[in-house]
Write a protein that binds this ligand. Structure first.
Ligand SMILES: C[S@@+](CC[C@H](N)C(=O)[O-])C[C@H]1O[C@@H](n2cnc3c(N)ncnc32)[C@H](O)[C@@H]1O
Length: 389
């Protein structure tokens, strides 16, 4: 006999009462996918479309307003806990009408972003508490909404020009130009980037750096660096590398990024402020490994090839390796995370995640030979190990 609606609800509510191991990415993704498929089976077409019209946009706005008012910060710093509306108003760093806040609180309760325990009692969830610690994790942009109009106006073609895309149309400048010119926006982007990179399985756990990088590396004084992290942001990947190899000589690991990023570095290594569209400086030449994590996906074929050409000129034939960590889109079975990032990159940067065939073309055309493609245990990203052709 089919279960009654009450039995279905009770069964669903009893599942995963303590959540699922946060580190078990594959299981979490599979359960979330199954839950989404279940949702589709109980929703009407109207149920499916309504959130796009109302729920998502206004929820996004409410979360951002609470960030702007410093309420998540204040609540988390005060130790979380159950609070009344009047107490939450006091966390705001600006004057705010309590009834306006109450309306947003009702909304955030409906989407389970916070919980309501009594008519005037609210408790945070792990989501709101996290925003109180690191609001950069919530880095969003309004450019996606401009995509339909952009394509309608400019033709239904892929977007490759970094200076002309829905993002530049909305914000009047390319993404990285805006990041470089606005310290608050830079902090938000770096916060998002480091949270996103920390969330991934560290590259050093699935690529044997002792075997493939350190063995054969020249550590003598005057030799090139062991590792240069190109576009390494504030150094999350270098931190993984140093944790794996704590006794490397100082100066043998280099973090390279744009001048406005370098002062925020979280690792004590040699830093180089450099624009990778220009020839690599002397101090990064002849390295054993050049890491490019989530960098080439920001750029279409032409600019990506230019970055690679400058790296090629810096590399020592028969010795240097190129290590690209990025998504390699599978021909079948790509996940929504991989594909939504792919299209978001097109909207924001005129970039793209690539299929293996596109990676091979880009690398071969730019003078490289792929040694091996390693896939991370979560099957999210890959490491393309390459050398000069
Ligand atoms: C998507 S982030 C990836 C950061 C880091 N590799 C990671 O995976 O966390 C791209 C990085 O490229 C840097 N970048 C952008 N344009 C650059 C340029 N012209 N020269 C050097 N770095 C650049 C950005 O500042 C940013 O840190």
């Amino acid at each position: 006999m089919a279960p009654s609606p009450a039995e279905i609800i009770s069964t669903l509510n009893s599942l995963c009462p303590d959540g699922v191991d946060e580190n078990d990415f594959i299981t979490r993704t599979a359960i979330a996918d199954a839950a989404k498929r279940l949702l589709k089976r109980v929703q009407t077409p109207f149920d499916f479309f309504f959130p796009f019209a109302a729920e998502y946009g206004i929820t996004h706005a409410a979360i951002q307003i609470f960030i702007d008012l410093g309420i998540w910060d204040g609540w988390t710093s005060a130790g979380g806990g159950e609070r009344s509306l009047a107490e939450l108003v006091k966390f705001a760093n600006k004057e705010v009408e309590p009834e306006l806040l109450a309306r947003f609180l009702r909304l955030l309760t409906c989407v389970h972003f916070i919980d309501q325990t009594a008519p005037d009692r609210f408790t945070p969830t792990k989501f709101s508490l996290e925003l109180g610690k690191e609001s950069g994790i919530y880095h969003t942009n309004a450019a996606n909404a401009a995509l339909p109009q952009f394509l309608s106006k400019h033709g239904y073609n892929q977007i490759f020009d970094a200076t002309h895309n829905p993002y530049t149309q909305v914000y009047n400048q390319p993404f990285f130009t805006r990041v470089a010119s606005d310290p608050l926006y830079a902090e938000s982007f770096n916060g998002f980037m480091s949270a996103y990179t920390r969330e991934k399985c560290p590259w050093t756990e699935w690529y044997d750096t002792s075997l493939h990088l350190l063995s054969g590396a020249d550590l003598s004084p005057g030799a090139g660096p062991v590792l240069v992290d190109i576009g390494g942001n504030i150094g999350v990947d270098i931190a993984h590398f140093l944790a794996t190899h704590p006794s490397l000589p100082k100066g043998s690991v280099v973090l390279e990024d744009l001048p406005h990023v370098i002062p925020s570095a979280v690792v004590d290594v040699k830093t180089v402020a450099h624009d990778f569209f220009t020839p690599q400086p002397e101090e990064t030449k002849d390295a054993r490994g050049y890491l490019l994590h989530a960098v080439l996906h920001d750029w279409a074929y032409e600019p990506a090839s230019k970055i690679l050409t400058h790296l090629k000129e810096a590399m020592k034939p028969g010795y240097s390796k190129l290590l690209i960590v990025d998504i390699v889109i599978p021909e079948m079975g790509a996940t929504i995370k991989q594909i939504s990032i792919d299209l978001m990159l097109m909207v924001m940067l005129s970039g793209a995640e690539r299929l293996e065939s596109a990676w091979r073309k880009l690398l071969e055309d730019s003078g490289f030979r792929i040694i091996k493609i390693w896939v991370d245990p979560r099957r999210y990203e890959s490491l393309i190990e390459a050398e000069l052709a």
